[in-house]
Design a protein around this ligand. Structure first.
Ligand code: XMP
Length: 496
């Protein structure tokens, strides 16, 4: 009944996610008993198979922190200066549960309208005012919504509205000490200052009220720091970028390329493994065994699989190169398994079911861009379109992103100056906080594994390999049958 994976791939050339389903198995355990522990690289395990795309509208420090707290990992993008990227990695590695180490601050020259703008764009108030306008400057006041509610003049200086008698906590205090001070203060934010009165962090009451227990948290066992990855390219300047990131104890380096089978990338893999043996390397992207062979030979610790299948990609249209995602995952995973190299299914994940499908073809993790863009922790400002709160999401090969500097991934010809775009920019709707969204995706996955009678990703892979996991093909009619139909004004969560 149904097809085993080998027959499925043979029967359906150009297989991708929507072309098949998994057939149910026997259930004899609850979803809570399902383990989703997996490997993201040869030597790094995660409790949840979720990785964020190194894109400048997805993976900056806030998102990477939330990804790690929720059991996945974030890969910080590199469409920025070395210093900016290093700072983001530092923020993740030095993250202390509950302490905001990069709060939005204003200087003494700020106006009431700046406070209002931050409230609209970022969704919060409670802003420290420092002499320099930055963290590290001497703390002189705090402004919150209540201070400006009845102020009619938007051009009024913050100095005229801010509170100056501040309740602060001293650097080095524990979260529970800060918690006690905050309970007594009745304020929404508690600034943390050092011996010189300079702002070093901020604690927010709403954060304290949230459940601060992260049982799946991805941490380095020895240092107890959150795990964090960072992307680099293969140009000469990337060797320096790498050296700076290594100083921050980055755990994973991802070599970012739409077509990873190049001498440049193999050289970079060898360079990292020789000079920084403790750093794990994700190479790619690849979609064939032949590409994979070159990077495995060079010594990579994981492969990133996918070409031109991302929601914002136009690579397949522009370059005529790429491969449908399901068959890429199956073929590369089958090959890489011989060398014990895990693979990450990158791009084209549009629903929780796609995550399960990627794993059922041999992926150990999924990498997501559009699914994570539009969460509260993703970078970018909110705006409204047709009454819906949205954030920007753009391909790293889009004109906009390349103009900011990401042209190396897409091999922009710097001599001719001609840019070939391989991506687009667009908007995605507010998905809420990652602290709600990832647990939701995680529960979807555990229930999906339960439906096919598998208690873990390892069991799933085993059943796929021994041919006992059964799949069914989906005709175009079957696809429309399986989607929502007939009803109107559908409301859903977690589906594109
Ligand atoms: P999703 O579907 O999750 O895809 O939004 C994210 C992945 O898409 C890749 N990516 C691009 N591919 N042109 C492309 O052809 C681009 O401009 C582009 N930007 C990102 C990347 O692999 C990412 O993880």
């Amino acid at each position: 009944d149904g097809f085993n994976v080998e027959d499925l791939v043979k029967e359906q050339p150009g297989l991708t996610y929507d072309d098949f389903l998994l057939l149910p198995g026997h259930i004899y355990f609850s979803p809570q008993e399902v383990s989703t522990t997996t490997r993201v690289t040869k030597n790094i395990r995660l409790k949840c198979p979720f990785v964020s795309s190194p894109m400048d509208t997805v993976s900056e420090a806030n998102l990477a922190v939330a990804m790690a707290l929720q059991g996945g990992i974030g890969i910080i993008h590199y469409n920025c200066t070395v210093e900016e990227q290093v700072q983001m990695v530092r923020q993740v590695k030095r993250y202390k549960n509950g302490f905001i180490t990069d709060p939005i601050t204003l200087g003494l020259d700020a106006k009431v309208k700046d406070v209002r703008r931050i409230k609209v764009e970022k969704g919060f108030s409670g802003i420290p005012i420092t002499e320099t306008g930055k963290i590290g400057g001497k703390l002189v006041g705090m402004v919150c919504t209540r201070d400006i509610d009845f102020v009619g003049d938007d051009d009024l200086s913050v100095q005229d509205v801010m509170s100056r008698d501040l309740i602060v906590a001293k650097e080095g205090c524990t979260l529970s000490q800060a918690n006690d001070i905050m309970k007594g203060s009745k304020k929404g934010k508690l600034p943390i200052v050092n011996g010189n009165g300079e702002l070093v962090a901020l604690i927010s009451r709403t954060d304290l009220l949230k459940n601060r227990d992260y049982p799946n948290c991805s941490v380095d066992k020895t240092s107890k720091q959150l795990l964090c990855g960072a992307a680099i390219g293969t140009r000469q300047s990337d060797y320096d970028r790498l050296a700076q990131l290594a100083k921050e104890h980055v755990d994973i380096i991802l070599i970012d390329s739409a077509q990873g089978d190049s001498t440049y990338q193999a050289d970079m893999v060898r360079h990292i493994k020789q000079n920084y043996p403790h750093i794990e390397v994700i190479a790619g992207n690849v979609v064939t065994s032949r590409q994979a062979a070159h990077l495995i030979q060079a010594g990579c610790d994981a492969l990133r699989v996918g070409m031109g299948v991302g929601s914002i990609c136009t690579t397949q249209e522009v370059m005529a190169c790429g491969r449908p995602q399901a068959v890429s995952i199956y073929q590369v995973a089958r090959f890489a398994r011989r060398f014990d190299i895990p693979i990450i299914a990158d791009g084209g994940i549009r629903s929780p079911g796609h995550i399960m499908k990627a794993l059922s073809l041999g992926a150990s993790c999924v990498m997501m861009g559009s699914m994570l863009a539009g969460t509260h922790e993703a970078p970018g400002e909110w705006f409204y379109r047709d009454g819906v709160r949205m954030k920007k999401y753009r391909g790293m090969g889009s004109k906009e992103a390349m103009e900011k500097g990401s042209s190396t991934r897409y091999l922009m010809n710097s001599k001719s100056g001609i840019q070939v775009e391989q991506g687009v920019s667009g908007f995605v709707a507010d998905k809420g906080s990652l602290h709600m969204y990832l647990p939701h995706l995680h529960m979807c996955l555990r229930q999906a594994l339960q439906d096919v009678g598998m208690r873990s990703i390892q069991e799933l892979h085993g059943a796929m390999q021994d041919g006992s996991l059964m799949y069914e093909k989906r005709t175009a009619a079957a696809q429309s049958e399986g989607k929502v139909h007939t009803v109107q004004h559908v409301q859903s969560y977690g589906l594109a």
